[in-house]
Ligand binder design. Structure first.
Ligand SMILES: [Mg+2]
Length: 382
């Protein structure tokens, strides 16, 4: 079998799908994208196609290494997201060619289902509480919320109190009938993270995500030493090589590689194994589309240390299209008691509605994250 063509489709809400075709009529799909930089990743995918056209798609390991090491400069969000989507499509082709789901090719199931959590937006406590109530009726008992809004390098007690008050009200309302993680989104400096973690401890969040930016990862062990709250991170790390130092220095409780940013299934399977060796849990990051989610699920069901799966159903970013709008088999991605099941069809297990993809790609928005500024005019982390 030979790879004959790579076609990319930028799509609403902020995604990109890749179709990899072969001379034997089997095609694979992947989702190579960085939110807000879809066109850059698209260019990278097409640049890398020189290394793929005419090659045997079954040799995923060699193709991955060629895509990674075949360029003198490597790594980072753009290139590793391009590789990630290509890698997903290659696994999709292999599974379809052999007639089995990808997880079978990774050694088979270690669990029957994975707990999914749901994002809850909103800034005011009443909004958050109402949103949790409606998601509870859909079967969810685990949620993620933003832990705070924009935070100054050294923040006032008033802002700290506001962030804590929301969390306190949620815990008071629901007791321990729900669990929630809090995402600091890299908005918080290390000194403020110490303050917030200490104040949040009585409300026992399941984890705090990106307590500081991953480029400040040297603070993870110090923050972990100062709090009993498990620390999560890794959505902005792109390979084993990026995770290596963070795992070795300690402090991380939950690794969150993104299957569409960190080299795909091939690389994230290895990151999961590295994490297991350090007794670190796995919760793949996934605010993206159905192919990215399916890739996550195949890792979740073969990695013993996987604990939770993020997913984007109804997430506030999904303006113009939602998780299953391009999928012909939405029944395979239904929630069962707040859990997702391993995709059972050959390959990734996502039947793409190609006609809709082509139609909607004609009007793909150029999604950008907002640029925030502090009250004094200086740039703030979003
Ligand atoms: Mg996050």
């Amino acid at each position: 079998m030979k790879i004959t063509r790579l076609t990319t489709y930028r799509l609403p809400p902020r995604w990109m799908f890749l179709k990899v075709e072969t001379d034997e009529g089997i095609s694979g799909w992947g989702e190579p994208v960085v939110e807000g930089r879809a066109r850059s990743v698209e260019t990278a995918v097409h640049e890398l196609s020189d290394l793929l056209i005419g090659k045997d798609p079954a040799r995923i390991n060699d193709l991955w290494q060629t895509l990674y090491r075949g360029g003198f400069y490597r790594g980072g969000p753009i290139l590793m997201s391009a590789i990630a989507g290509i890698d997903q499509a290659l696994w999709d082709i292999k599974g379809k060619a052999l007639g089995v789901p990808v997880y079978q090719l990774l050694g088979g199931l270690v669990r029957d289902r994975i707990k999914a959590y749901s994002w809850v937006g909103g800034d005011r406590p009443a909004e958050v509480i109402a949103a949790i109530r409606s998601l509870q009726t859909a079967g969810f008992d685990t949620f993620k919320l933003n832990g705070c809004g924009e935070m100054a390098l050294i923040e006032s007690s008033r802002q700290i109190d506001a962030a804590i008050a929301t969390v306190a009200e949620i815990r008071a309302t629901f007791g321990n009938s729900i669990e929630f993680g809090l995402d600091f989104h890299g908005r918080v400096t290390a000194p403020m993270a110490r303050v917030l973690l200490k104040e949040l401890e009585p409300y026992r969040p399941l984890f705090v995500e990106e307590p500081v930016l991953s480029e400040q990862a040297e603070h993870y062990p110090r923050l972990a030493a100062a709090t009993s709250i498990p620390l999560a991170g890794g959505e902005r790390l792109y390979s084993r090589f990026d995770f290596k130092a963070l795992f070795a220095s300690g402090g991380l409780a939950i690794a969150q590689p993104d299957l569409s940013h960190a080299g795909g299934i091939t690389e994230c399977h290895k990151i999961a194994s590295m994490a297991e060796a350090y007794d670190i849990a796995l919760a793949p990051h996934c605010p993206l589309g159905p192919l990215a989610l399916a890739a996550c699920l195949h890792i979740d069901v073969v990695a013993r240390n996987a604990v939770l799966q993020e997913q984007s159903m109804g997430i506030h970013y999904n303006q113009g299209a939602d998780l299953l709008d391009y999928v012909l088999n939405p029944e395979d991605f239904r929630f069962h008691d707040g859990h997702l099941l391993p995709p059972s069809r050959p390959g990734l297990g996502v039947e793409i509605n190609e006609a809709r993809v082509i139609e909607r790609s004609a009007n793909a928005p150029n999604w950008r994250n907002p640029v925030w500024r502090h009250a004094d005019g200086s740039i703030a982390e979003w």
